[in-house]
Design a protein around this ligand. Structure first.
Ligand SMILES: C=C(O[C@H]1C=C[C@H](C(=O)CCC(=O)O)[C@@H](C(=O)O)[C@@H]1O)C(=O)O
Length: 275
């Protein structure tokens, strides 16, 4: 379905048990809602599953102004979509960039969430120098996308060290990921990098200790960078559950989908008292 937020058309997939507890799924950079197809099929039996194409991704509009992609605006959009769907509170799962947004929503609108599930993500950067360096890096990447086009960018992106573990995936899965990435637009990805750069968002490190909803923090044992971030977040978030996925890198839900589904379902079943 299409939901219009301040003139921007969002592509929103809503499936499953209409009277089930709502679960909202937020994909990562270069992704779209289809990345959740395996998890959605499992969740739909018991939950009302909402997967959203984020700004500049998939079949959602790509505003020309990078500022429109900034965290506060993007978070407000998700709340607007929840309101349009008459969802007062939801479980929220975010992967990577989607996890940064999910964490931002949890900090800005805690009353709207029943729980928060974070996959391979970060609360942002701690120092101004790190932020400035990352903004410059992401702006350079954005220029590369606009200059060289989506095919060259995806060729580059799928070969960064962070996704090295995906090389061993079956060809049909790798092709699925590549095809989906190629369906994005240069302007959508570029403006997402500029407006919602990890360096642009506010650091949420100082907010973690005041979180009061159930939080599941997930990381792949082969994803060294985000393993360190996950463990540090776990130290700060009261009562957080930390789960390491063996034999997995950054995109856990793609690399070990069965285990990922099991962990997410167990977390939600316990909170919703579903046996
Ligand atoms: C390369 C780094 O950061 C990028 C990597 C992960 C994030 C993401 O959403 C990737 C999803 C995917 O392609 O499967 C992305 C983001 O959070 O926006 C980061 O730009 C890094 O080393 O931090």
């Amino acid at each position: 379905m299409r939901i219009y937020v301040e003139g921007i058309s969002y592509n929103v997939e809503a499936e499953g048990k209409a009277d089930g507890a709502p679960v909202i799924l937020l994909h990562g950079f270069t992704g779209d809602h289809t990345t959740w197809h395996y998890l959605r099929k499992a969740l739909e039996k018991s939950f009302y599953v909402i997967s959203i194409d984020l700004l500049g991704h998939g079949q959602t509009d790509a505003p020309m102004d990078p500022k429109r992609y900034e965290m506060d605006q993007a978070a407000k959009d998700i709340i607007y979509i929840m309101n349009e769907l008459r969802i007062p509170k939801a479980h929220l799962l975010g992967y990577s960039m989607g996890g940064r947004l999910a964490l931002g929503i949890a900090v800005m609108y805690p009353e709207r969430l029943n729980s928060l599930m974070l996959e391979s993500t970060s609360p942002g950067l701690k120092t101004e120098s790190e932020k400035l360096a990352r903004i410059r890096n992401d702006e350079t990447l954005a220029k590369r996308i606009l200059g060289e086009g989506i095919i060259n960018f995806v060729d580059f992106w799928e070969n960064i060290p962070l996704f090295q573990t995906q090389k061993r995936l079956p060809d049909h899965i790798k092709n699925e990921i590549r095809t989906q990435r190629l369906q994005n637009t240069p302007i959508g990805l570029a403006n997402s990098l500029i407006g919602f750069s990890t360096g642009k968002q506010p650091s949420l490190w100082g907010e973690l200790s005041s979180m009061s909803i159930p939080v599941l923090i997930m990381y792949g044992e082969l994803d060294q960078k985000f393993c360190t971030i996950a463990k540090e977040m776990n130290e700060l978030v009261p009562g957080a559950e930390l789960v390491k996925f063996q034999h997995a890198g950054h995109a856990i839900h793609v690399e070990v989908p069965e285990k990922f589904v099991t962990i997410v379902m167990e977390f939600l079943y316990e909170l919703e008292h579903i046996s």
